[in-house]
Write a protein that binds this ligand. Structure first.
Ligand code: CP3
Length: 343
């Protein structure tokens, strides 16, 4: 496959900087909102043809260099036996959160083909379609900590004390839960690669609520396990977190060929901290896409200029795109990144 995104993932020179956007398929697109009138998000995820259609929406509309399979990080919790619902206006809710050692012991670790076969199938048919256009497909999963957060708290929480209490005071619960999550997520990623995903991304969106000490002690070994299993499929792995500027070396140590960085650190500073032996992805604040084009262009140039001489930089946002983003700005951004960095 002739793909500048894949070349960048392998640290090779590219003809221009590649770009894709986290949550590039979703509610900021009219095509997605139209489909959501008729289907719930879990319906779309569990129907491979629909997941494929949504994955292709941003690829058809914009000059992006990679697709990311339309799924979510949370269905694996359902496959383990938790009761997941996306509640309108609230977000994801787990109705039977993990609170005791017995709860953790009862969780299943299914074969990904059994519990998550719909996404594996979606990867297979979507990767086939994208390959015709020389566009690689990214498979993904949540990292054990971010999933443990939802499994224990039950839903987005203000103070995040539940997950930290379990981590600090319930070592048995924590180890059982994190080990099961790591095994399932590792196998799930590997299965996506075997079904055709050329690159994998691990989302640890909540890791930034931890001190580097807690990350090192209670989280890193499990993420290491995920990456180790996923790497058996021999594809590049992107490791992404938010509010993780203070623990980039720890994240690098946890694993990943590419490290995703949010916008809370200058990209050249992140590059200095991470060193030359990993690829870097990300950095534009998603809120900037709501600004006038001149501001978007200024901040995009700021990032691209700093990364100009570094092979293997992948342009992306520092976190998922906001639902109020004008699609026209995404179109302009993708074209601009390519034109501005063309060799
Ligand atoms: O990037 C992509 O285009 C692929 C699709 C994708 C979704 N979720 C679809 C989705 C990906 C990569 C995710 C990851 C995800 N899901 C994360 C990690 C990344 C991040 O943003 O931090 C997290 C924490 C989740 C959990 C999740 N899923 C939440 C908190 C919500 C509700 C948020 C909201 O805005 O309603 C979701 C729902 C969700 N997942 C939507 C999409 C497009 C919106 C659902 C809808 O259509 O109503």
């Amino acid at each position: 496959m002739n793909s500048r995104f894949l070349e960048a993932c392998y640290g090779e020179e590219t003809d221009a900087v590649p770009i894709w956007l986290m949550r590039q398929a979703g509610r900021y697109m009219a095509e997605y909102r139209e489909l959501r009138q008729h289907h719930g998000i879990l319906d779309i995820i569990k129907t491979p043809e629909l997941a494929k259609e949504v994955t292709l929406q941003p690829i058809n509309a914009f000059d992006l260099d990679a697709g990311i399979i339309f799924a979510d990080i949370l269905p694996p919790l359902e496959a383990m036996g938790l009761d997941l619902e996306f509640v309108s206006g609230v977000g994801p809710v787990i109705h039977n959160p993990v609170r005791t050692v017995e709860d953790a012991e009862q969780l299943q670790v299914p074969d990904p083909q059994d519990g998550l076969g719909f996404t594996i199938k979606a990867v297979e048919i979507t990767a086939k379609e994208l390959a015709k256009r020389d566009i690689p497909l990214i498979g993904f999963s949540g990292a054990p900590f971010t999933l443990a957060y939802y499994a224990i708290e039950g839903q987005a929480s203000q103070n995040k004390l539940g997950v930290k209490a379990a981590m600090h005071a319930e070592p048995e619960l924590w180890d059982i839960l994190m080990n099961k999550l790591a095994t399932l997520q590792g196998n799930y990623l590997k299965a996506q690669a075997e079904a055709g995903a050329q690159v994998l991304q691990v989302f640890d969106s909540w890791a930034g609520i931890l001190s580097p000490y807690d990350y090192r002690e209670y989280v890193k070994p499990y993420t290491q396990k995920v990456v180790k299993i996923a790497k058996q499929a021999d594809v590049p792995v992107i490791h992404f977190g938010t509010t993780t500027s203070a623990m980039l070396p720890e994240m690098k140590d946890a694993g990943g060929d590419i490290i995703g960085v949010d916008w809370r650190i200058d990209i050249d500073k992140a590059a200095d901290i991470l060193g030359d032996d990993v690829i870097i992805q990300g950095n534009l604040d998603p809120a900037v896409l709501l600004a006038p084009w001149e501001e978007i262009e200024k901040q995009t140039k700021y990032i691209l200029d700093k990364m100009r001489d570094r092979p293997g930089y992948i342009f992306n946002l520092g976190h998922g795109i906001h639902r109020s983003t004008p699609p026209e700005q995404v179109r302009k951004l993708a074209t601009f990144v390519h034109e501005y960095t063309k060799k």
